[in-house]
Design a protein around this ligand. Structure first.
Ligand SMILES: [Zn+2]
Ligand SMILES: [Zn+2]
Length: 129
């Protein structure tokens, strides 16, 4: 492939935005990637920013998903303890109700936590522990 401006020169790279061949003189380095000089420069910058933003959003939503799962898990344990305590006083409907709910929450929390563990978290504090 040759440069789209200088047809006699061979391309050293391809613009990330328009996909045209670029020679050494036409190539513009824009962060992660190259573009041709002109409007493509700004476009590639926007593309890079979008990719960066998406990665950040993904890791944050995963983080909050994990927090929510942990919260449900703790809620389940609290319900179980409360149910067991109620059961020791009186084995009535409330005690059964609380314990069943506790188990459901516990199971749901474990499933959610396992699901969130499948995705890597781009968090420095998380990976160090
Ligand atoms: Zn271009
Ligand atoms: Zn050129």
């Amino acid at each position: 492939m040759n440069c789209y401006i200088h047809h006699e020169k061979s391309a050293v790279g391809i613009c990330k935005s328009c996909g045209r061949g670029l020679c050494q003189d036409c190539v513009v380095e824009v962060g992660e990637g190259i573009s041709c000089a002109g409007p493509c420069e700004e476009k590639v910058r926007i593309i890079n920013r979008m990719v960066e933003g998406n990665a950040r959003v993904l890791s944050t939503s995963n983080q909050s998903m994990r927090t929510a799962a942990l919260f449900i898990l703790i809620l389940g344990i609290a319900f179980l303890i409360f149910g067991a305590w109620q059961y020791s006083i009186e084995s009535d409907f409330l005690a059964t109700f609380l314990m069943v709910f506790g188990l459901v929450f516990l199971g749901y929390g474990v499933v959610r936590l396992r699901k969130s563990a499948q995705y890597p978290v781009a968090d420095s504090t998380d990976s160090k522990s």
